[in-house]
Design a protein around this ligand. Structure first.
Ligand code: SAH
Ligand code: SF4
Ligand code: F3S
Length: 470
């Protein structure tokens, strides 16, 4: 399986630190700025924190204001067509910035450009893009930027490895209290609709010690929420040749001293275990929230998707969770309009929502991805019909969400305060353990803290509360 996974040695990382200091030297005469634009999932967010970490080490000040930037790095996603179009359009918009500021460097990385055809697109149609790096070339960013500056030549770096693990790169975290920690990279599942295995390489786990040390450091630095990342965290450890699985890792993390919450994503239902559910039930530090992507409620479609479970086996997991952890919040991903999905198949998905009663769903209309098996499957359903199904799915879920939110009325819950709401009169906003959005009035000094809030109003998408002082 893991035929061509590269081990990035400490020596190779040191070489990159040498490139970082060379670029810093070149930059030392001026004050320079860097902007990192991120599209896609949390995995990309985590990668962008490493990109920003390296840029900072190279002497750039990180800014969200791209008009000030001397270097812009766009971290792209390929999961659906919309994500690609967004990344391409933003890249297009930077052309005029470059014409105003010829010294500006523009780089593009991540999942979209890890596809050969997209690399060619960028090469040929976006001549103002200075450098390109695939997901497995992230650790080489300092070398790539150095070469661009020194030789003035455009740099295009993809490789044909199955991916790598690079420890010890600098990280510039974007939050002071929530931290992403990747526990593994890549994916081996090849769901037939999905591009991720082609752009992120094969599954590979970080060593438990590296993960635990990173988390210990984060707790020491005051981080209160640790989110473990992997495309299928349930297969953690399978490639390590050690006697350790994801539940064991979670337990070791919970054994670290300190006041913090652990979340994780994503779980694949075919590999989720009752042992994992028991581990969550037994550990107060693990958030009582479980994201378990169903994709479809129809066994026929699940088979076509290559998901390796049935709705029945999925429901058995959900039922066990609800029994062991009555307060658990279960969320899911749903794809509407997979090739060949009939009205009958779709009815199974609606039925699944009613049966599981998710706290939240993330739903998507199927998007054809070049090179995946589903891209060549017969797909007779029109886009209009798919859009109608999508709306029916949302309506069904909104009714369920509202019903579940009403259950909070009058209750006092614990909320981790994240900041000020952009929409709700600038009220404080945060989430409870179940990831429910909560708004309430209060002072800035509460940001980053866990506070008690009494719920006085419940909508479909959020709760309104009053801060309860101790
Ligand atoms: N590894 C995770 C997440 C993968 S991407 C998992 O297996 O759940 C996140 C979600 O995007 C998927 O769960 C799926 O619902 C959706 N998705 C992936 N490919 C898609 C496609 N081609 N069209 C529409 N949605 C897609
Ligand atoms: Fe894609 Fe399936 Fe892997 Fe998730 S498990 S990343 S949906 S191939
Ligand atoms: Fe997108 Fe890559 Fe994540 S394709 S969803 S950024 S793994």
């Amino acid at each position: 399986m893991a035929g061509n996974i590269q081990i990035i040695s400490p020596q190779m990382i040191k070489e990159q630190y040498d490139y970082m200091s060379k670029v810093r030297q070149i930059n030392s005469e001026r004050t320079l700025y860097a902007t990192v634009k991120t599209y896609g999932c949390q995995q990309n967010e985590a990668d962008s924190e490493r990109i920003a970490g390296m840029l900072k080490e190279m002497g750039y000040n990180i800014t969200a204001d791209e008009s000030r930037a001397d270097i812009i790095v766009i971290n792209t996603c390929a999961v659906r067509e919309h994500a690609e179009l967004k990344a391409l359009s933003i890249t297009g918009q930077f052309k005029h910035l470059k014409s105003k500021k010829p010294g500006l460097l523009i780089g593009i990385g991540g999942c979209m450009v890890s596809q050969e055809h997209r690399k060619e697109d960028i090469k040929n149609k976006y001549p103002y893009v200075d450098f390109l790096f695939g997901t497995s070339m992230l650790y080489k960013l300092p070398e790539i930027i150095y070469k661009k500056i020194k030789t003035k030549k455009r740099q295009f770096h993809l490789d044909d490895s199955d991916g790598n693990i690079a420890e010890g790169l600098p990280v510039e975290r974007f939050s002071d209290f929530k931290a992403w920690v990747s526990i593994m990279y890549g994916c081996n599942n090849f769901c037939t609709y999905c591009i991720v295995p082609y752009v992120r390489g094969r599954e590979r786990s970080r060593k438990p010690d590296d993960i635990l040390n990173e988390i210990r450091g984060l707790i020491k630095d005051g981080y209160r929420e640790i989110t473990l990342l992997g495309q299928n965290v349930n297969s953690y450890g399978k490639d390590l040749g050690m006697d350790i699985d994801f539940s064991d890792l979670l337990q070791m993390i919970c054994d670290i001293e300190g006041d913090f919450t652990v979340r994780f994503m994503t779980s694949h239902p075919k590999d989720a275990t009752f042992k994992l559910i028991d581990t969550i039930a037994a550990n107060p530090k693990i958030a009582k929230q479980f994201h378990l992507p169903l994709q479809s409620g129809s066994d026929r479609i699940l088979k076509l998707m290559n998901r390796h479970y049935t709705f029945e086996s999925y429901k058995a997991l959900a039922d066990y969770m609800k029994k062991k952890i009555p307060e658990i919040a279960i969320t899911t991903d749903i794809i509407v309009g997979f090739p060949g999905e009939t009205e009958e198949d779709f009815a199974c998905t609606l039925n699944a929502l009613e049966q599981i009663e998710y706290d939240n769903i993330y739903s998507f209309i199927y998007s054809k991805r070049k090179g995946t098996p589903a891209a060549v499957m017969e797909d007779p359903t029109t886009q209009e019909e798919k859009a109608k199904r999508f709306q029916r799915l949302l309506d069904t879920q909104n009714t369920i969400s509202n019903r579940k939110n009403q259950e909070y009325l009058g209750k006092i819950i614990s909320v981790l305060v994240e900041g000020r709401s952009k929409t709700d009169d600038g009220k404080l906003t945060g989430r409870n353990e179940k990831n429910r959005l909560v708004h309430f009035s209060g002072d800035d000094c509460l940001i980053g803290k866990n506070v008690k809030v009494k719920i006085i109003k419940a909508d479909t998408f959020s709760l309104m509360g009053e801060y309860i002082e101790k």
